[in-house]
Design a protein around this ligand. Structure first.
Ligand code: DGJ
Length: 728
């Protein structure tokens, strides 16, 4: 049983297989936090809320309430009442004051997990997840706040969300609604986060926690290239396999904040939620607001254990697509092959050559519609450009299918070019502040998809194309961030809702798409990897990781991404050299080995590359088919990290039953006068023998894990090799 309530102690104990989370209710009715960490047998810990530390406790000493509020470990702190740490909820009443105070009212423990209205959220059957609802009220505001905790025992995950309801007669304004808070004592914590930019997303960053607030956030309208809705607090000794990790991740695709605050008492408050900047939600009497879901996990086995818990959790409880466990076709995308310069003939030439080499799907990228010969026009005009697709789209799709390939297509449904029929007809459909010329980015504006008629239009454009021909795959792109936030349809005191309404609109659009086309393989994308987040995974089982397809840059990007996402979600393609972004030359084999750690495909002009490179494609495709299941369902281990301190990079995927394991080794820089590198494997059966495929060498699992394996005969920069160990 995952959740227990002790009536006498007024405490809840939430257990997963390896962790325990304890909540207590104070004399006054505050919902406090007692413990999160390693699983406990005994149901105790009330002392951890320090309520005996009089003279502070308000019921004992009213004189010093503020001192109490400022150290009491709260489950869901509110603003304006003396807790000077970061609050999770700020409510402005119609008289203009910001203050709210929540008291426990009741609770319910139920099997399974409720859906979150209009939001992507994890799911599970009654035997996989239990949910605790703690109902709190602010009697002065007539506000009800329900704290939701869903406990996924097997994956060591607890998800959280808050439901805020206006039960009174007054209009209220929610100026901040976060999803999760975790108050703890500081254990010399360091903060791990993922940061970057376009073409170098999600690099791992780690730094000690200093006094004050440290956060990552986005106010760009999407989760962003730059910062990622994830943080982990780790103890100093934490490595891949040792140390404690407290992680929070956000199932949301818009503005967020993830913050750790070290306070004057050396306590730490960790929060996750929608960024309060430019957010204000008007809550009319009778209305409610649901915060997006935050995912928490604790590991006492280092970052590797955290990664594997999150991978299992997302695979099992967030991704819904029929492609979740279905083999995805090896695709070839024409973006880096042709950019905007293509026509039917060119695409068919690529498809023909691709088929000969075992590739299974052609994806037609940007440039097939309106008069889009460059990036400065036609978004919104989703009609086929018949100068390029001379015999029309259905004919092209049919010809590609006759060649034996499936067909996929690119869209950017949320956008509108300044130079488009749509903009000329509906200039007010672009997000903008009345009276101010909105800023362009890539010569485009953002559609105001908070408006139903705009969503209807964009959805119908996409659906009409998909109904016109047997199209198996859609790449849903988004190539700019939001600015000039204003909607022609929202009243003045609801303009602060636009950012969040935009995200809700996006979710509704993608829900419609996957509902009408249930067999579609959807890949989300945002100028590369700016919307790689758990919210998007609910709709698409894979997301384009980065516009940087250079195999060496990808090592860092994919390492950071795989820290929290399963490999099966990471869009990764082999592209041409010199690489279009960094102009680096890498061996074709290494480009293939790196892309195999993701969804695998090609992004090059297969008709133009050298014979020698083309000849390697069929073999790479074969490897993809051979290792697909292992990579999609296995346990991921990070063995060495080039971006951290080694001149090489190495990761392993081991089957859950330890029957085999695949190790990828990339020598980034060759070193002179060095002996063979020794790498220690993980996740094997210690007592079994493992044969290295292609050789007669047999090792015990124990020695591979304890003594390691020697990497031999790898000469030169950017060289790589796969090693497959099979249990005998
Ligand atoms: C950005 C994407 O990341 C690229 O793969 C490509 O689809 C371009 N947009 C097209 O404009």
């Amino acid at each position: 049983m995952g959740i227990q309530y002790d009536e006498q102690k007024r405490m809840f104990k939430l257990d997963t297989e390896n962790t325990t989370y304890i909540i207590g209710i104070s004399e006054e009715g505050y919902v406090g936090h007692a413990y999160y960490g390693k699983r406990l047998g005994q149901f105790g810990g009330r002392y951890l809320m320090r309520m005996e530390e009089a003279p502070y406790t308000p019921s004992v000493n009213r004189r010093e309430k503020n001192s109490f509020m400022d150290f009491f470990p709260m489950e869901y702190p509110t603003g304006g009442i003396g807790d000077y740490r970061e609050s999770c909820l700020n409510v402005r009443n119609s008289a203009g004051s910001v203050a709210s105070e929540l008291f426990y009212e009741s609770h319910v423990i139920e099997e399974g997990k409720p859906e979150l209205l209009g939001l992507p959220a994890s799911f599970g059957d009654a035997d996989e997840v239990q949910t605790l609802r703690v109902v709190c009220t602010d009697p002065i505001l007539d506000l009800r706040v329900t704290l939701l905790y869903s406990v996924f025992e097997k994956e060591d995950v607890i998800t959280r969300s808050a439901l805020v309801e206006n039960k009174g007669e007054e209009k209220l304004y929610l100026e901040k609604v976060y999803s999760a808070n975790l108050d703890m004592e500081n254990r010399e914590f360091e903060m791990v986060s993922l940061c970057g930019s376009w073409a170098r997303e999600r690099h791992i960053q780690r730094a000690g926690l200093h006094y004050g607030k440290q956060s990552v956030s986005s106010a760009k309208g999407e989760s962003s290239h730059q910062e990622h809705p994830f943080i982990a607090l780790v103890t100093p000794e934490t490595t891949q396999s040792t140390g404690e990790v407290y992680a929070m991740h956000f199932v949301y695709s818009g503005n967020f904040i993830a913050q750790a605050e070290r306070t004057h008492f050396d306590f730490v408050r960790m929060v996750m939620g929608i960024n309060a900047e430019e957010f204000c939600w008007r809550l009319l009497p009778g209305e409610c607001f649901q915060s997006p879901e935050a995912v928490m996990t604790y590991s006492d086995g280092g970052l590797g254990k955290m990664s594997r818990s999150l991978h299992d959790f997302y695979r099992e409880h967030l991704i819904r697509s029929p492609y979740k466990y279905k083999k995805r076709p090896v695709l070839i995308n024409n973006w880096e092959a042709t950019y905007f310069d293509f026509d039917t003939q060119k695409l068919l030439d690529i498809a023909r050559e691709a088929k000969k080499n075992g590739i299974e799907m052609l994806v037609m990228d940007d440039g097939w519609f309106g008069k889009r010969d460059w990036d400065d026009s036609s978004l919104g005009d989703w009609t086929v450009n018949e100068k390029k697709l001379t015999s029309g789209l259905p004919d092209l799709v049919n010809q590609v299918r006759e060649l034996g390939l499936e067909f996929g297509i690119w869209f950017e449904p949320e956008m509108i070019s300044r130079d488009s029929e749509l903009y000329r007809e509906h200039p007010d459909w672009a997000i903008q502040v009345a009276g101010r010329e909105p800023g362009q980015s890539r010569a485009q504006y953002v559609l105001d998809i908070s408006r139903k008629e705009v969503r209807d239009y964009a959805c119908e454009c996409v659906a009409k194309i998909l109904r016109s021909a047997p199209i198996s795959y859609v790449k849903w792109d988004m190539n700019r961030q939001l600015s000039d936030i204003g909607s022609a349809c929202l009243p003045a005191d609801a303009q602060g809702e636009l950012f969040h309404r935009y995200v809700l609109g996006l979710y509704e659009m993608q829900e419609r798409l996957v509902t009408e086309f249930p067999d579609l393989l959807l890949e989300n994308c945002s100028g590369g990897g700016a919307r790689f987040d758990p919210g998007m995974l609910y709709y698409s089982p894979q997301i384009w990781c980065s516009d940087d397809t250079d195999a060496i840059e990808r090592l860092r990007i994919q390492e950071g991404t795989a820290l929290i996402y399963p490999l099966s979600t990471m869009g990764a393609h082999v592209s041409d050299c010199p690489n279009h972004i960094v102009e680096r030359n890498t061996p074709f084999e290494t480009r293939g080995n790196v892309a195999l750690a993701g969804t695998f495909g090609y992004e090059l002009d297969i008709t133009k590359i050298s014979e020698e490179e083309r000849a390697q494609i069929a073999g790479q495709v074969e490897l993809y088919h051979k290792y697909y299941e292992l990579i999609q369902t296995g346990d991921y281990y990070r063995i060495a990290s080039w971006s951290d301190r080694y001149p090489w990079d190495c990761w392993e995927v081991a089957a859950k039953d330890a029957s085999h394991a695949l190790v990828t080794f990339v020598q980034v820089l060759a070193q002179p006068n060095m002996h063979n590198k020794n790498i220690r494997l993980c996740g094997l059966d210690a007592g079994a023998g493992y044969r290295l495929e292609g050789t007669e060498e047999v090792y015990t699992g124990e020695e591979l894990m304890a003594c390691g394996f020697l990497i031999r005969d790898l000469k030169g920069d950017f060289r790589s090799k796969l090693y497959h160990f099979i249990r005998e």
